[in-house]
Design a protein around this ligand. Structure first.
Ligand SMILES: Cc1cc2nc3c(=O)[nH]c(=O)nc-3n(C[C@H](O)[C@H](O)[C@H](O)COP(=O)(O)O)c2cc1C
Length: 458
């Protein structure tokens, strides 16, 4: 059978439409599955909780600490036979809030006293308005870090807003610096008093493991910036099967300050069998080395033990974005988190990836160069490497985004998701501003809500 010119064109067009529908259906199916799973988890907990009497547990979380504490809180109440329902600030409407008599808010603070990404819409749309919450009793657990000027800034704002809407605090807000165990114990005690039960079961302390520092490689000799090291940590034993996902973090306990875990993005995937890290050696103003980075990059002997635990960072995982084109944006050691995502993409044969990465000089700061070139040659990576000190007028990743605005819009139209990893000041805030300029603030908000704009920034 032969086809004439018009029939051939018609068939080609029909084929394109069919493929397009199949692709869309697959994406919709994955999204649906993700929501089903989240709904299943919440439903399991919410099953016995009837609307009016139930306590509402609400979390605002960037890297998962507040979310984890919210689940522990809800689980503890559930174990004490107190009906509890859980939701994120992203999903909370004013109507829902008004329908509850008791709510517990657990939220972190980001940027410079800003809400975490999943709370920005609530902060702008709902906290910018007035709602009568006279019948609501509430408590706030605010997570933060005292080293920041606006310690627990968003938790404070939320607390003040609730008060100004007429809601009554059951007990004063509890501020937690860097997961301080004493402050968290206070939260548990308050809940115990309130519920008249001992709520210990759901609050097990996290367990740490002893890994081995197997490799330490200086990545940027001659650089104008501080030294950056690639580290490899080997698991406790040969039989150990690691199960983390690209995007997850590691918490390390430096021997000289074991009370405060330090977090780093994991630069490898579980099938690598080792945790890779990309760490910049920090120096304080007096010239001494930073506690954690100094230990890892200089003081710790090779093959010595490193106490750590892997922390899921669901907000930076690929999850339902696995089938979408991916735009990865970052600077400096932020390449760590992006490298793990790229490795996972390679392992899953997902070839539509665009990396926009910034550092100082190509001659010294081009980390993982061979690996990136190999991925480019394999046709699974488009790169825009921006070296700010190699040009007369310093150019950064946000400038490159503006320069490639047309391509960026095309990728987003084709369903791309955007992942940003690296410094908040300068890079991530600049990228956010550039995105808003190029596609508009509403579109950026829509991408955030759809889980297509995710950040691991510090
Ligand atoms: C980039 C960045 C900015 C932060 N800004 C603040 C801040 O302004 N005020 C504060 O108290 N804590 C700040 N923190 C600390 C976080 O609130 C704290 O680590 C919290 O435990 C994170 O909880 P989450 O994982 O639920 O988001 C910041 C942390 C990062 C990484």
């Amino acid at each position: 059978m032969t086809f004439d010119y018009y029939q051939t064109r018609y068939l080609a067009a029909a084929l394109c439409v069919t493929l397009y529908i199949a692709l869309c259906s697959r994406i919709i199916y994955r999204e649906w599955k993700k929501h089903q799973q989240a709904a299943k988890n919440a439903a399991a907990l919410n099953a016995s909780a009837s609307g009016v009497d139930a306590w509402l547990i609400v979390y605002g979380s960037q890297t998962g600490n507040a979310e984890q504490l919210a689940w522990q809180t809800a689980q503890a109440l559930h174990t004490a036979n107190i009906p509890a329902q859980i939701t994120s600030l992203a999903q909370l409407s004013a109507n829902t809030l008004q329908s509850y008599k008791r709510a517990l808010f657990i939220t972190s603070t980001y940027g410079e006293g800003d809400p975490p990404d999943n709370a920005t819409i609530f902060a702008h749309k709902i906290m910018g308005n007035h709602y009568s919450l006279n019948t609501l009793q509430y408590a706030v657990l605010a997570l933060g870090d005292r080293q920041y000027k606006n310690f627990c800034g968003f938790g404070r704002q939320l607390d003040q807003w609730l008060q100004s809407q007429g809601a009554q605090a059951i007990y004063p807000r509890i501020d937690v610096s860097n997961s301080d165990p004493k402050a968290l114990a206070q939260w548990r005690e308050q809940l115990s008093l309130l519920t008249g039960t001992e709520l210990l079961t759901a609050w097990q302390t996290p367990t740490y493991e002893s890994w081995r520092l197997a490799v330490r490689q200086h990545m940027n000799p001659g650089s104008a910036g501080n030294p950056v090291y690639h580290l490899e940590l080997a698991p406790p034993n040969e039989q150990y099967t690691p199960t983390w996902q690209a995007g997850d973090l590691v918490q390390l306990l430096p021997p000289s300050d074991p009370e405060r875990p330090r977090e780093y993005s994991i630069a490898s995937i579980a099938t690598d069998k080792r945790i890779h890290l990309l760490i910049r050696q920090e120096r304080r103003t007096d010239g001494s080395l930073g506690v954690s980075s100094g230990w890892l990059t200089q003081h710790a002997a090779l093959n010595s033990n490193v106490t750590l635990r892997i922390r899921p960072h669901r907000n930076f995982r690929l999850e339902a974005n696995i089938d979408r084109p991916l735009i990865l944006i970052g600077n400096g050691t932020g390449l760590a988190g992006l490298r793990a995502l790229l490795k996972e993409r390679a392992a899953n044969h997902k070839h539509t990836n665009w990396l926009i990465f910034g550092e100082r000089n190509a001659a010294f700061d081009n980390y993982y160069r061979d690996e990136l070139v190999t991925w480019q040659q394999q046709g699974m990576l488009t790169t825009d490497l921006v070296f700010s000190r190699d040009t007369a007028q310093c150019r950064y990743v946000q400038d490159q985004l503006r320069h490639k605005a047309t391509q960026l819009k095309e990728w987003i139209d084709q369903g791309a998701a955007i992942y940003v990893c690296g410094s908040l000041e300068g890079m991530a805030s600049g990228v956010d501003a550039a995105l808003k300029e190029i596609i508009g603030a509403e579109e950026v908000q829509r991408l955030t809500e759809e889980g297509r704009y995710r950040r691991d920034v510090y």
